[in-house]
Design a protein around this ligand. Structure first.
Ligand code: ASP
Ligand code: MG
Length: 440
């Protein structure tokens, strides 16, 4: 069986839902994972924020504004009177939950329940639509099987068991529809897999059922070789290995949730990125195969903080790095990039919520410099450290000040740290040195 995930834009309008229907209606049995309609999760985040800020009127107003966007969709999507009524009643019941939340006291659990409504709405409506179109489809509620453990990672064993039990006992269908993003945490409370988590849901399910393939359908024709928001003439990459895709997703390629490929890598289940608006386009296929060497793609990740740790005691001393790492471990902060010299270490973190405590602990034995507003520019490809073409990237040193370079840490990633004000220039210049053969 295949798992197909459709993102917010793909279910964001009646017209797009009709496109999704024609893509999935091919007689093959499949599981379809849906995001919330585009814009919904952002609105739900704003509603939760208003409740947290005790702006009850704002929160209620935002709930009503959101409800108003659903009414015309229901009307156009569901022309069958009975299904229209069924879906409208359901939508109203979800909005009743949201309205009630606006008079409740804010808690993280309340926020998670609010955020979960988007996927519950989109899947229910879409399932009614498929039934209206004569397709044998049924809902698989994600909260019946998608569970995370004490460290907020998917509980793969429980998911595989529960999902297989549900598939064996539920009404037989051609198409099983389920919610992306939402899950139950270790305490049995509603939670989620972080923003963009529907991609992750799809590969977790793919791993659980040992799917033939996982397809992620979005509104762009695959992963591009540079950031299309900042660089002109970027191109979709036809093949990536799991490792290359993982690095790109983690280091900023917005098309995929950072953890997406991890669940399916072990079993080598292929992941294909496809475009709902242009189903014939090749897209990107992610497998174990390495097709060519050399730099394939560039991505950038913002809001990075660099920390320089300088100490005379580092000179020829062993155990220094252990001491440094222990501090980051204590404050549960993961390190992305690291470079060292004989007297100093520079490293970067993404989550700076414990920065003050980290810095004050480090200051007990070293002098510290902190640079905020940094971006990691990540270059990915197979065996790039061995590829002669890689030298071209170093021309960038003429154009912008590079704060750190991480080279040789892995065979498929080279990372540069630049001030965020230089990020776009770095992406554009690297594009011309590495991919725009006409100008090199
Ligand atoms: N609806 C969620 C979000 O907007 C999850 C997803 O779309 O993947 O982040
Ligand atoms: Mg997404």
């Amino acid at each position: 069986m295949k798992v197909l995930k459709f993102g917010g834009t793909s279910v964001g309008s009646v017209e797009n839902m009709a496109n999704v229907k024609s893509i999935i209606d091919n007689g093959e049995k499949k599981i379809v994972v849906l995001s919330a309609m585009s814009g919904t999760t952002n609105s739900l985040v704003a509603i939760a924020k208003a409740i947290e800020n005790k702006d009850k009127t704002d929160a209620l107003h935002a709930v009503n504004v959101l409800l108003d966007t659903y009414i015309p969709v229901l009307k156009t999507l569901l022309t069958d009177a009975a299904l229209h009524t069924e879906a409208t009643n359901y939508v109203n019941s979800r909005f009743d939950v949201l309205k009630a939340a606006t008079s409740s006291t804010y808690t993280q659990v309340l926020e998670n329940e609010i955020l979960a409504q988007g996927e519950l709405l989109s899947t229910f409506m879409f399932n009614c639509y498929l039934r209206q179109e004569g397709i044998a489809s049924t809902l698989l509620p994600a909260l019946d099987f998608m569970k995370t453990d004490a460290v907020k990672e998917p509980n793969f064993d429980a998911i595989a068991k529960d999902l297989s039990d549900i598939l064996n006992t539920s009404e037989q269908a051609d198409i099983y529809i389920t919610q992306g993003f939402i899950c139950l945490d270790v305490n049995g409370e509603v939670s989620n897999l972080q923003r963009g988590g529907s991609d992750y849901t799809a590969t977790i399910i793919g791993a659980a059922i040992k799917a033939e393939e996982v397809q992620i359908w979005t509104d762009i024709d695959g992963m591009h070789n540079n950031d299309p928001r900042h660089v002109e003439g970027t191109k979709p990459i036809s093949n990536l290995s799991f490792d290359e895709a993982a690095e790109l997703a983690y280091f900023g390629a917005k098309i995929l949730h950072p953890q997406t490929v991890l669940p399916v890598k072990k079993d080598g289940i292929p992941v294909r990125l496809k475009n709902t608006m242009d189903p014939e386009a090749l897209g990107t296929s992610i497998t174990h195969h390495h097709t060519e060497t050399g730099i394939k793609a560039i991505a950038a990740k913002d809001t990075i903080t660099a920390i320089k740790i300088k100490s005379g005691r580092m000179l020829q001393a062993h155990g220094f790095l252990k001491k440094v790492f222990e501090i980051f471990e204590t404050y549960e902060t993961s390190i992305d990039m690291i470079t060292t010299s004989e007297v100093a270490v520079s490293l970067t973190i993404d989550d700076d919520s414990r920065l003050q405590e980290i810095v004050s602990d480090l200051e007990t034995f070293a002098s510290i410099e902190v640079d905020k507003n940094q971006s990691i520019v990540c270059l990915v490809g197979h065996a790039i450290v061995n590829d002669a073409g890689t030298h071209k990237l170093f021309q960038i040193l003429r154009d912008v000040k590079i704060r750190m370079i991480s080279y040789g840490g892995s065979n498929n990633n080279i990372s540069l740290l630049v001030d965020t004000s230089n990020k776009i220039k770095t992406l554009q210049k690297l594009n011309s040195y590495l991919f725009d053969f006409a100008t090199v």
